[in-house]
Design a protein around this ligand. Structure first.
Ligand code: LCS
Length: 400
């Protein structure tokens, strides 16, 4: 497998279309082939031994590595500016592999408070059983983040923008503080995608993705990815992934490669729609507040301007009538799909208090800003006027 060195100088949309310049062709095929095989024959016992010893390249067994999956790993690493990637069957597979590979009994984690519900659950209920303690704090405030760090802190985990509150953490400041304490900075970059934000450039050590979202972009495949700059760190993660079995399947990788090629087109269109919808919602009488990084009244708008190359297509907003108002809106949309997940060509709406974040205790939800009235909207690539009209008719029925 070769890599086109000129791709390093190309722009991100070109790198997405050309999958990071990875050349894996056997017969000159333009699209990477699906190597749907669980195992690879060795030409000799000596060659098998050399591959196992890591002395020679070559594939062994798909749980360890696979050519189709490798193309996806290289493509995402190229977009993120990492030295390589480790794909996982899901975003949660990538996250749990990362945490388990890097933490030990007695370790302390500082995490953003408002994060995806399952990540919160893993840190709070699962890792705690192995003696790992997590402090969930508002990392968008650098002073709060600094106060949470201690001598046992091994890892700082940031989601920015956060799911679902759209808070932004200053990545450069977080990296500096984590490193001053000898901790690694891990960033879940799912909400922005590498098209809009490259945390490794701001000093992060590891970037994790749910590929299920923007990178695949079509609500039809699950997937996860870990990328890092340091090859040694990456090889620790790869070893962990193959031992834990969080590996991605080749056909899954091939489908995600197909989605990835249109990343730029989808992101540009969706974020153009999102900015206009955020502006529309901000003036609507049934909407109590709007959080979109591209609006000047977003509390971390300046940080978003600094570290993001676009404000993305995720919006959260409050509706009148609290929990009831949220539920009414969910039941009244017609074009926008009532479903969890995000980052697809079709717009998706959900109510975190009753859905994705229902497992987070109510008090913790309030503290993290995941209010009962909060609605999360993942804006897709439909026509803007059609989306606006749908929200208009649905909102008119809130509070009746
Ligand atoms: N990280 C973030 C920020 C996410 O939003 C999700 C899934 C994950 C990780 C996990 O990825 P998965 O294992 O599903 O590929 N977020 C979802 C959500 O907000 N609604 O449904 C899934």
């Amino acid at each position: 497998m070769e890599k086109d060195p000129s791709m390093e100088d190309r722009k991100k949309s070109t790198r997405a279309v050309h999958l990071g310049g990875v050349k894996s062709s056997v017969y000159g095929e333009v699209v990477p082939a699906v190597f749907q095989t669980s195992t690879f024959a060795f030409p000799s016992a000596e060659e098998g031994a050399a591959r196992f010893a890591g002395e020679r390249p070559g594939f062994i067994y798909t749980r360890l590595a696979n050519p189709t999956v490798r193309v996806l790993e290289e493509a995402v690493a190229s977009l993120e500016g990492g030295s390589g990637g480790v794909a996982a069957s899901t975003g949660m597979g990538a996250l749990t592999t990362t945490f388990l590979a890097l933490l030990e009994q007695g370790a302390h984690v500082v995490s953003t408070d408002s994060i995806y519900g399952a990540t919160h659950l893993f840190l709070e209920s699962d890792l705690s059983r192995f003696g790992v303690r997590t402090s969930f704090v508002d990392t968008s405030n650098p002073e709060i983040l600094r106060d949470a760090l201690g001598p046992e802190t091994r890892l700082v985990f940031i989601e920015t923008p956060t799911n679902p509150t759209m808070k932004i953490t200053d990545l450069e400041a977080a990296a500096r503080m984590a490193h001053e304490h000898g901790a690694l900075l891990v960033v879940d970059n799912t909400f922005a995608s590498p098209y809009l934000q490259r945390p490794l450039r701001w000093g992060a050590d590891i970037v994790v993705h749910s590929l299920t979202k923007f990178l695949n972009g079509h609500s039809d495949v699950l997937g996860g990815m870990v990328t890092a700059k340091d090859p040694q760190l990456l090889s620790r993660l790869r070893k962990a992934s193959s031992t834990y079995g969080s590996t991605m399947d080749p056909h899954q990788a091939w489908l995600i490669l197909r989605g990835l090629r249109t990343l730029a087109l989808r992101m540009e269109r969706a974020q153009e729609n999102a900015l206009r919808l955020a502006q529309y919602l901000a003036g609507h009488p049934k909407v109590t507040w709007v959080r979109y990084p591209g609006l000047p009244d977003h509390p971390q708008h300046a940080v978003a301007r600094k570290q993001m190359e676009g404000f993305g297509s995720m919006i959260c907003f409050g509706v009148k009538n609290g929990y009831e108002g949220g539920v009414t809106l969910m039941d009244r949309v017609r074009l926008i799909t009532l479903a969890v997940s995000l980052g697809s060509v079709e717009s998706l709406i959900e109510h975190p208090a009753s859905m994705t974040h229902a497992a987070v205790p109510w008090e913790e939800r309030q503290q993290a800003g995941i209010l009962d009235e909060l609605v999360r909207l993942s804006v897709g690539c439909e026509d803007f006027e059609d989306l606006r009209r749908d929200l208009d008719q649905a909102l008119s029925q809130v509070g009746k």
